[in-house]
Design a protein. Structure first.
Length: 305
């Protein structure tokens, strides 16, 4: 009897140990399987960071591809060798699943190389605080190109994008403003694009500034004042023509002899550029008067013979 009882206890212990081993193996396999299934997939956060700027443009891929194809197939067919799908992929990889406050110039370098193209001499038009007017002018006068008239700028104009480390990798709700973090997708992109646009300029370049801005037409903190002006190549650019425009009916806060324009001229002279400045460049002023034909500021335009 003692022998039989001992054998029973042994069998019970063996069954218990086998059960424990099986349970442990099952748990290990479950953990391994879960790891394999989720490998490479970012953890989903319950709530993305809320920023102050608008989120990624809806249907961003379709917008970028549509603009790219329109530009290289319809507007400038000589650029038809550009690969719009690769351009979109390079833009996406620059920001998707990334911290939107930690974007670098290296993130955008492949995109710039894919989308860059030559800018004809004497056609570059830079602007500051004259966004609408400058682009109305280039639409009516094909002799000039702003950054937004290049492939890179055309695709990105008025479009927003930013990523998030958590799934789905793109934040459609909000993106950071420059005041929240300087290394955000938009700021880094436009700085790099502006630098490339300035480096490509040759011959005579034009700059359209706003003489109705109370703080001064030229601002050192602007993209033009901090990036573009310092990336113009004196060996390629022969002269800089400043067009100082005043809003129709707006204040004439500054003329070509104003303090900020003098500061701009000084910077350009130090870099050995030839400079001219004209208040209310007539072709642009005529365009302003098309929208304000009865305004007293436009009487010289309408009475001109």
């Amino acid at each position: 009897m003692p022998f039989q009882q001992g054998s029973a206890r042994t069998r019970q212990r063996t069954v218990l140990l086998v059960g424990i081993v099986v349970l442990l193996v099952t748990l290990v396999l479950a953990v391994v399987l879960a790891s394999v299934l989720t490998h490479g997939k970012p953890e989903v956060s319950p709530k993305m960071m809320k920023w102050k700027d608008r989120g990624t443009t809806k249907n961003l891929q379709e917008v970028i591809l549509g603009r790219c194809y329109s530009y290289v197939m319809a507007r400038y067919p000589e650029l038809g060798d550009k690969d719009c799908l690769k351009i979109w992929e390079s833009l996406k990889h620059a920001f998707i699943y990334k911290n939107p406050c930690n974007i670098t110039s290296e993130d955008y370098q492949p995109l710039l190389e894919l989308a860059s193209h030559p800018i004809p001499c004497n056609k570059s038009l830079f602007w500051s605080k004259t966004n609408d007017l400058a682009h109305r002018y280039t639409k009516s006068n094909q002799n000039f190109l702003t950054l937004e008239d290049t492939l890179l700028g055309y695709m990105a104009d008025r479009v927003s994008w930013c990523g998030d480390p958590s799934a789905p990798g793109i934040n459609y709700e909000s993106c950071p403003k420059r005041s929240e973090c300087e290394s955000n997708p938009s700021s880094v992109f436009w700085k790099m694009a502006s630098k490339m646009f300035a480096e490509a300029a040759c011959g005579v370049v034009q700059v359209m500034l706003n003489g109705s801005v109370e703080a001064g037409a030229f601002r050192s903190s602007s993209i033009f004042g901090s990036i573009e002006i310092f990336n113009l190549n004196p060996d390629k650019v022969s002269a800089v023509h400043i067009w100082l425009m005043h809003d129709i009916g707006g204040p004439q806060s500054e003329s070509c002899s104003g303090h900020s324009i003098k500061r701009l001229k000084s910077i350009l002279e130090e870099r050995n550029f030839t400079i001219t400045c004209e208040d209310n460049y007539r072709p642009v002023q005529l365009l302003q008067c098309v929208h304000n034909p009865d305004h007293t500021d436009c009487r010289p335009c309408t009475n001109a013979t």
